[in-house]
Design a binder for this molecule. Sequence first.
Ligand SMILES: [Zn+2]
Length: 290
Amino acid sequence: MKNPDHMHRFLFEEHPIRGQHVSLDASWQQIANQSGVKGIALILLGHALAAAALLVETLKIDGSISLQIRGTGAIHLLVVEATSSHTIRGIVRQSRELDNQKSLSEIFESDKLVITIKNGRAKPNQGIVPLSGDNLAEALQVYFDQSEQLPTRFSLACNEEIASGMMLQKLPEDSHDADAWDRITLLAATTQPEELLSLPVGQLLGRLFHQESLRIFDPDPVEFYCSCSVERTRDMLLSLGKAEIDTIIEEQDEVSITCEFCNSQYHFDKIDLEALFNDGDATPISPTRH
Ligand SMILES: [Zn+2]
């Protein structure tokens, strides 16, 4: 059996090293189908979702982490988010064909990856990572190395059915075996994408680290969920301001907002909008969500 939409934590019992493995299938397929892209754009979206799902588990927060790359390249936008309640969502936008093998920064024509951590009501914490390396796993490793966080390594893989990833993290405790981290990360680096995608977690870890004693914890489910709502859309309209909305109403009779993450549509007609701006906390009369 594979690992449907699950996150597994594991520990190396004799070394201060922890790990996580994530396998996304139904959640990934839903997001992949909605994305309308194929090829490299789809692979990058899957890698980023697996990475975000792994990252949020390291944070011990009640909130979310998002990864965002914006640029002017053939793929000009990638946004993924994972929450501490084990939900994921994401989008990617491609404006033209990609030719040949390119580095991440060439694909996006951007030099940075923005990592945003939201923890409850606290101000979001943003980190900017140089978009170096050929893939997202390498870019994230640089982020952990440069931001004086725990050394962390990622392996990510994706096809149209499954997005999967593994993360190893060196804990700050002293180790009786100074070479363990290097040895274990070298072994992890030999993971083939096909193994990440197809092997049950126990079998994968057994194959990679058969000389180590590992404890694998019960899995947590992961699912696709979009947090958009009538209330959030209304807040967004309020933040645009009355003048902006008045201009839109003059041109068209209603404001329609489509959530890019889940394609839900929110419609506000003239009466809804007048009520919204006259009385900020009034519920719009006829917003619909499909
Ligand atoms: Zn949505």
